[in-house]
Ligand binder design. Structure first.
Ligand code: GRF
Length: 201
């Protein structure tokens, strides 16, 4: 069974959605370990509640980004991780992780990429005045939210939306889309061809 390593920085509601989908048997995979770069991330408690090892690795304790990421890889290797999911991980991924998990590391973003990458995708969409935003799950490459797109869901922007209300409706869709993408990978149904991700029947 595919083992997943999840990188988080905070709340961990997407982590929870993935754990739940795996536990229900909807996704043939298992969250093997969770790593947070922040000691107070609530997602760590979520992992512990499910008996999943929850590890804190703080970048400040390492000499540089390479050393930090090598430690992450060490933890993932010990746990037999074959897929890395970034779930609200608030750091730019560096060369070590990119090299090790090319085509095996995915991220979720709260907007329809390539629109509104980076921080506060929901606020960016609202400020721009788009009528439709959404969710993207994509492979991670060296850019910021630029990797090949796996799945997207559209979410309408409503007249009276605030950043909070739009974020809530987007988050609801995130919790459906992320497990779906993990399922496709666990079932071996994705092929990356350049920028395009083919979904096999
Ligand atoms: C989500 O909106 C996700 O799309 C973005 O960061 C947020 C993380 O939320 N990358 P959570 O920690 O999964 O609850």
């Amino acid at each position: 069974m595919l083992k997943i390593g999840v990188l988080i920085s905070g709340r961990g509601s997407n982590l929870q959605a993935i754990i739940d989908a795996c536990e229900k048997g909807e996704v043939p995979a298992q969250v093997a370990v969770v790593i947070s770069n922040k000691a107070d991330a609530y997602g760590l408690e979520r992992a512990k509640k499910h008996g999943i090892p929850a590890v804190v690795l703080e970048p400040k304790d390492f000499k540089d980004k390479d050393a930090y990421e090598k430690e992450i890889i060490g933890v993932f290797d010990k746990a037999g991780v074959g897929l890395v999911c970034l779930a609200g991980y608030m750091r730019i991924v560096g060369q070590e992780l990119l090299k090790k998990y090319q085509g095996k590391m995915i991220n979720i973003h709260p907007a329809l990429l390539p629109s509104f990458p980076g921080l506060h995708g929901q606020k960016q969409a609202l400020d721009y005045g788009v009528k439709v935003s959404g969710v993207t799950v994509h492979f991670v490459d060296e850019g910021c939210d630029t990797g090949p797109v796996i799945l997207q869901t559209a979410v309408p922007v409503l007249e009276n939306d605030t950043e909070g209300s739009l974020s809530d409706r987007i988050l609801e869709q995130e919790h459906k889309l992320y497990p779906m993408a993990v399922k496709l990978i666990a079932e071996g149904k994705l092929r990356i061809k350049g920028r395009k991700v083919q979904i096999l029947k």
